[in-house]
Design a protein around this ligand. Sequence first.
Ligand code: MG
Length: 452
Amino acid sequence: MGRLMVSISGVRGEVPEVLTPRVAEDFGAAFAAMLGPGKTVVLGRDTRSSGPAVRDAVTAGLTAGGLDVVDLGVVSTPGVALMTKRLGADGGVVITASHNPLPYNGIKFLSPEGLSLPAGQGQRLKALWQAGQFSSAGAPGKVRANDQTHQVHVEAVCDILDTEAIASRRFKVVLDSINGAGIVGSKLLLERLGCELVHINDDPEADFAHRPEPLAENLTGLCEAVRRAGAAIGFAQDPDADRLAIVDETGNYIGEEYTLPLTAAFVLRHRRGDLATNLSTSRMMDAVAERFGVKLHRAPVGEANVAARMVQANCVFGGEGNGGVMDPRVVIVRDSFVGMGLMLNYLAESGKTVSALARELPRYEMIKQKFPCPVGQAERVLDAVKAAFARQSGARFNEEDGIRVDLPEGWVHVRPSNTEPIIRITAEGTPGGPARAIAAEAQRLVQEALEA
Ligand code: MG
């Protein structure tokens, strides 16, 4: 059994052994204590069978603390974010463990704007939960239901698209919703966009049909379905429908890293402005920014950090290399609905295939590794990495989140995890040599520093 993972964005663990009803209720109470009685929060959950139990426990804590709760039912994470903003609520609560396997569930908290909690507030919530003293608020809050999320979300996404241009192409689309929270809204969206939809893993009552992270090894069924259907594109969502992976018209998984630069390239054709992403995301984003003459801002890893940078720099688009795209016109939260809509609009407007559009981006190879790193050792490791790479000519450093070293032929990002005693290495370079050489060098430095 794992341990309870508490981070600034919320809490996650196996249900009911680790994420117990008590933990869920206490987190609800802590959120209520943070916001104060008389406020309203919006709440939604993904399709996990543990969802209703976690909802009941967290709702008990929220209402005991005097908050009114608007229960959206089974909806996507971006759906909860959008409704938090649209309903003018004082916060949002999402019950999901995202791409983690079925035994897990989690609770994530959102700001009134629908964004992941800023770091300071996340720390405060965690401290309130740890202190564990929740004063009774007097009159308990009330719970009411709202079933409008899918409609509101689809409308908001269609508002940023040329829906007629997309519909006129009558695209054949295969969508794998992993029996998750994206099922109902995505179907509504793709029908609205005139697509001929082949929907696989679209049973909200069923368990996840494969391992839930939208990676190549988990999406062989989708690739096969795209080939069999002769579809123009295949999409894969994760269980809470914030991440999106793309399969091209030949049934080839092009990789999660492509979702963001492809959609960013489309957005910039119409709206010039800065982009933001995190330090572990592909250089393809630099290429897109350069093509359109805009600035790319790099923020520490974590959705809240990228969102904060987007607000601060007034970016027109942003997201993460894990297939999470964020368009401020909808909500600054990763949104697979936005990703699907923009990709279909890009296909319609350009008249090109997915594989042709992907070929317009520079090709890189990315290598990801992780190593156990005892608490307290990370500083020493990062110092060693910096000292060694500083001797290489043309090396540039960013130390906002671990250390990222940019070299002419590629880059490496070495960062200690915030939630586990591990250190992650992500390296990227032109295929066939540089990426592997940089990753191997970083790995050697990290291991040497840990053994010293
Ligand atoms: Mg997710």
